[in-house]
Design a protein around this ligand. Structure first.
Ligand code: 3HC
Length: 325
């Protein structure tokens, strides 16, 4: 069903309808689920929202790994809350995708069969507690940079989901920075751990924004439809400009010898990530791809009895209702 939704090309769309639709987008109107939309618009949204939902769910794994090993009760409670928030984000986003006519089960099956992706960043391991700081600071920081503009995206349910998500992501970023601050002001060993975490997460965080604009296949159409508001490179630049002073405040060094302030453009010049690594990771060859998919597959298999029970209960209730009418 997901494959069908994504493959069926709409070749016969009425040009008048298409023009009226584009005029609504250009006027800043929100598109709601029951309204007419081009097939390509619907498919692009299912792909992007579904991928985003999967990222929130898979994103629980590298951090969940540290809940039992958080250094204090307070840190444990905060991390637990953050990981639960990510589950909630996944659910808001699956609900938004469902309004486009695809079910949550179909989306999950598409992830497990490799037809859908999740964010590249979650294919990197969290090796120690400093990594949890770096993930909150950099990964959630990059996520917010991408998601704040998405609050203005043209599809109503997606834009409303993003408003709630962004509020929580800000807290996540702050908690990560707080961990980094403690580590950076701690013993020399702790500061070295913080620097090492920054070294390992810097380029993977830059990759989160997607390939450079010249290689981005979807940006032009997605921006015309206001599914995306900015290009990948615009957001990457904003992220670097925001993050460099935060690293300086921590007394840590961004692992990029080419990093320098460019007065003329009013932003930093920086080195591009290794794009061959990015394309390998999204093809499934990153350090943790197999482990992440195994964990999702296990959760899906072990939850089968519950899904079946729930559906049987729903079917029974529906049958009772029909009989009573
Ligand atoms: N990871 C995995 N795949 C990526 C990617 C990334 N970081 N960046 C791009 N890609 C994929 C695209 O999906 C596309 O492949 P496809 O055609 O098979 O779907 C291909 O690379 C080309 O990229 P494009 O630039 O053409 O793709 P998009 O226009 O979709 O732009 C995007 C990519 C900027 C990530 C966009 O999809 C987007 O803004 N998505 C919404 C935000 C999102 O998904 N965030 C996930 C971050 S993690 C998170 O939020 C969890 C939080 O707790 C930290």
């Amino acid at each position: 069903m997901y494959a069908q939704m994504v493959k069926s090309e709409a070749t016969t769309e009425d040009p008048e309808k298409l023009a009226a639709f584009q005029a609504r987008i250009d006027a800043g109107e929100k598109i709601e689920p029951k309204e007419w939309m081009p097939e390509g618009y619907r498919k692009t949204l299912i792909r992007q929202i579904g991928q985003h939902a999967h990222s929130e769910i898979v994103g629980q794994l590298p951090e969940g790994n540290w809940i039992t090993r958080a250094p204090t009760l307070e840190r444990k409670a905060i991390l637990l809350a953050k990981v639960q928030d990510e589950a909630g984000h996944g659910l808001y986003l699956y609900c938004a995708a469902e309004t486009l006519g695809v079910s949550r089960d179909e989306l999950t099956e598409a992830l497990l069969s490799g037809k859908m992706k999740y964010s590249s960043i979650f294919n990197y391991p969290t090796l120690n507690w400093a990594d949890i700081g770096a993930v909150g600071w950099l990964v959630d920081g990059a996520a917010i940079m991408n998601q704040v503009p998405l609050q203005r995206t043209s599809f109503g349910p997606y834009s409303r989901a993003m408003i709630r998500i962004c509020k929580e992501e800000s807290f996540h970023q702050r908690q990560g920075y707080d961990i980094m601050m403690k580590m950076a002001q701690g013993s020399p060993e702790q500061k070295a751990m913080a620097q090492d975490a920054l070294n390992r997460f810097w380029y993977p965080s830059l990759m989160m924004f997607g390939p450079s604009d010249k290689d981005s296949v979807h940006s032009a159409q997605s921006m015309a439809w206001k599914i995306k508001i900015n290009t990948n490179d615009e957001l990457r630049q904003k992220f670097v400009d925001q993050t460099v002073p935060q690293a300086e405040y921590l007394g840590l060094t961004i692992p990029d010898p080419e990093l320098s302030w460019n007065e003329e453009k009013g932003g930093y010049d920086f080195s591009e990530p290794d794009w061959s690594e990015f394309f390998e990771v999204i093809k499934g060859n990153g350090p943790c791809n197999a482990e992440r998919m195994e964990a999702r597959q296990k959760a899906w298999d072990e939850g089968a009895w519950f899904r079946e029970g729930l559906m049987a209960h729903a079917a029974k209730r529906a049958a009772r209702k029909i009989a009573a009418e």
